[in-house]
Design a protein around this ligand. Structure first.
Ligand SMILES: [Mn+2]
Length: 320
């Protein structure tokens, strides 16, 4: 694990133009982390631009700074690229070439599969969220976290711990969340924005996706499948599926939940959630993917029955 904390603090103090990015299809931790860092650097009087490959999900648009994210930028105008919550440069998607233009790349992440990119890295798989690492950096800098930064860090921790359901809900995660509440975050207001703002069509899509439920491998693996047609029928984009995998995960006796999502070009995006015993990052890695012990994903080419057979074989091996 790389821990260049003090060098990263020095760079954040001394440099003045930062280009910040995260992984494609960003969620709460990725966005909360990059916005928290950008807002803090701006308050220090620096230029900090958040450059993302994909739009911010609707339920996270309330986050302070969300409106300042850009989707096209020339990386050569910056001294430092900061990549957060992202295990490898390719995972930043189409913005990767811009992130390679600044002379220095800083990598702040908690994915076990992080390849250690960047001239400086703070990578800690024990951290519940990248937001926890942003908190570590700002605290080490002696920077007083304000309410706007606190809200972003809180959402990063809240979402990556599954609202403190998952095994990564460490003492540090609770401690950081508690500190953010002391700094003015309203837990109920945030929960309402993040979790209780869905549309009726999304709930109908959930009904369709749940009708695909399969329970396999002796009840230890629960599976949902979403075809492109399912999204099209409800006028939904793939980010509408965020969180659906928690339903199969909630079945008694299920150790692993799997979601298959059909993509263009004969590919399936496969997401895994483990209740803890099985390390699903190992399974995802076998198909060229990655992630954490409890949450991982990969992309598998082929027809659906064949893709499922391969994935179930790998899961069977991991379970035995
Ligand atoms: Mn994360």
């Amino acid at each position: 694990m790389k821990d260049d904390l003090s060098s990263i603090c020095r760079v954040f103090r001394e440099e003045d133009r930062f280009l910040i990015a995260c992984h494609e299809n960003p969620e709460g931790d990725a966005i909360g982390s990059e916005l928290a860092l950008a807002l803090a650097l701006r308050r220090m009087g620096k230029t900090a631009t958040v450059l993302n490959a994909d739009p911010i999900p609707e339920n996270l648009m309330f986050l302070p700074g969300a409106g300042t994210v850009v989707f096209h930028e020339d990386g050569s105008k910056y001294n430092v690229a900061v990549v957060v919550d992202c295990g490898s440069p390719e995972r930043t998607g189409r913005v990767e070439p811009e992130l390679r233009k600044p002379p220095l790349m800083v990598n702040i992440d908690h994915h076990r599969t992080n390849g250690g990119m960047g001239g400086l890295a703070l990578v800690d798989p024990e951290a519940a969220a990248t937001g926890v690492l942003i908190h570590r950096v700002l605290t080490a800098m002696g920077w007083e976290i304000d309410r706007d930064v606190a809200e972003n860090i809180y959402v990063a921790v809240l979402t990556d711990t599954g609202s403190f359901h998952y095994g990564n809900s460490s003492p540090e995660a609770f401690q950081v969340a508690g500190e953010m509440i002391r700094r003015g975050v309203d837990p109920w207001a945030v929960a309402e924005q993040v979790y209780e703002t869905q549309s009726a069509s999304r709930l109908r899509l959930l009904g369709r996706v749940l009708s695909s439920l399969e329970v396999v491998l002796g009840g230890r693996v629960a599976v949902i499948t979403t075809l492109r047609a399912d999204l099209a029928d409800f006028g939904s984009a793939k980010d509408a599926l965020e969180g659906f995998i928690n339903y199969p995960r909630s079945i008694q006796g299920a150790e692993v939940a799997v979601s298959f999502r059909e993509e263009d070009g004969g590919l399936f995006r496969v997401s895994f959630r483990s209740k803890g015993r099985v390390d699903v990052s190992v399974v995802a890695l076998r198909f060229g993917g990655g992630g954490h012990r409890n949450a991982a994903g990969c992309t598998v080419p082929g027809a659906l029955p064949e893709v499922k057979r391969k994935v179930f074989d790998a899961l069977g091996a991991a379970l035995s």
